[in-house]
Structure formats: structure tokens, C-alpha cells
Design a protein around this ligand. Structure first.
Ligand code: DAT
Length: 180
């Protein structure tokens, strides 16, 4: 098959994903401050623009309208320079992303982060199980080329700081490589 057309964007698009509580939003905010990139919190966008088909009482979350989310984001993604923060990865166009970061957190660390959110016991257990089963990591590998998927630990503040630095450097290298 022909190679996909090279993206025309001048800044990369980065997907930050992971089980709820692994630190996506915190990392994305810090990264946006450290770079000239824009943080897009997809969960907030779904709520603010009603890109959903209602509330799922069983799973305690919105039923995301994936087509609406993709339509909403297409123009800014073509533009580039976005840090997209979401826990589901399998419905975005593959061509949107230059780097996919999967945050990972040990159970003993993740559990208190989730209880602090007033999640139901059921929702906490589902998320802990998903983290143990590496569900999002596997989805990321199933949806994107292995070369662009990186798994980073997010247990401590030190991890958070080194993740910001690493991704920032990666983005700078991406921009330099484009100029050649
Ligand atoms: P997510 O967006 O993945 O649901 P978050 O950014 O809201 O996660 O973080 C959940 C909580 O955990 C929040 O209180 C910040 C804290 N946290 C996240 N990553 C951390 C890290 N690497 N070290 C210490 N605390 C962290």
C-alpha cells in the first residue's frame, strides 16, 4: 500500500491517554505550559458541546458520539500543535497523531487517586482492572503504529516532571526534523 501522505502541520499532535487517574490532564496542562501547544480535554469538550448521546447510568459516564467528536476536532488537528487528553483512543483518525503517550500507574497508587474522586466502588474496580489488564496500552498499539506509541510511568511527581521534559524534547526534535 502507498505510504500515507506526510502531514502538512508545523507542530505535532500528541495524544495523552491512560486509565482515569493516571495523570493525563495534569500532564497535558503542564505540557501546554511548557510548549506552545494547546491542551484539548476531550471529556470536557464532550460535555461542553454535548457531543454525546446521553448519560450511561450503569457505567456512570457520557455515551460519547465519536463522529461528532471527530468532526469537532478535524480543523484544529489539521492545523497541528494539539495535546489531546482522553481515555479512549480507538476512534480518532490514525493520521491525526505523531506521538501517542500511554500513562501507567501502579495499583496501590491509582486506587487512592480514584477513591478521592468519589467514584462508585464499581467504577473504581473497573478502572483498576483495566489498568492491570493494560486495556488502553493494547488499544493504543492496535490503533497506531508501534513506533509512535510510548508507555510512561506516572506514579510520582518526579515521573510527572520527567514526562513533561521528555515529551517537550520530543516535540522540539519533531519540529527540527520537519525543517530539514
Ligand atoms: P486523569 O486525567 O488521567 O484522569 P489527573 O491528571 O486528573 O488524571 O490526575 C488524577 C490525580 O492524581 C490528580 O489529583 C493529580 C494526581 N496525579 C496524577 N499524576 C500524578 C503523578 N505522576 N504523581 C503524583 N500525583 C499525580
Amino acid at each position: 500500500p502507498p505510504a500515507p501522505a506526510a502531514p502538512t502541520r508545523r507542530l505535532p499532535n500528541i495524544l495523552i491517554t491512560g486509565t482515569p487517574g493516571t495523570g493525563k490532564t495534569t500532564l497535558s496542562e503542564l505540557l501546554a505550559l511548557a510548549t506552545s501547544m494547546t491542551h484539548i480535554n476531550v471529556g470536557d469538550l464532550v460535555k461542553a458541546k454535548s457531543l454525546h448521546e446521553g448519560w450511561d447510568d450503569e457505567f456512570q459516564c457520557y455515551i460519547v458520539d465519536e463522529d461528532k467528536v471527530c468532526d469537532e476536532l478535524e480543523d484544529v488537528m489539521t492545523e497541528g500543535g494539539n495535546i489531546v487528553d482522553f481515555h479512549t483512543v480507538d476512534f480518532f483518525p490514525e493520521r491525526w497523531f505523531d506521538l501517542v503517550v500511554v500513562l501507567r500507574t501502579d495499583n496501590g497508587v491509582l486506587y487512592p487517586r480514584l477513591t478521592a474522586r468519589n467514584y462508585s466502588e464499581k467504577k473504581i474496580n473497573e478502572n483498576i482492572t483495566a489498568e492491570i489488564m493494560q486495556v488502553i496500552l493494547e488499544d493504543a498499539h492496535a490503533s497506531y503504529r508501534d513506533e509512535i506509541v510510548v508507555e510512561l510511568s506516572s506514579n510520582s511527581i518526579e515521573d510527572m516532571e520527567s514526562n513533561v521534559e521528555r515529551i517537550k524534547e520530543w516535540a522540539e526534535e519533531w519540529v527540527e526534523a520537519r525543517k530539514k
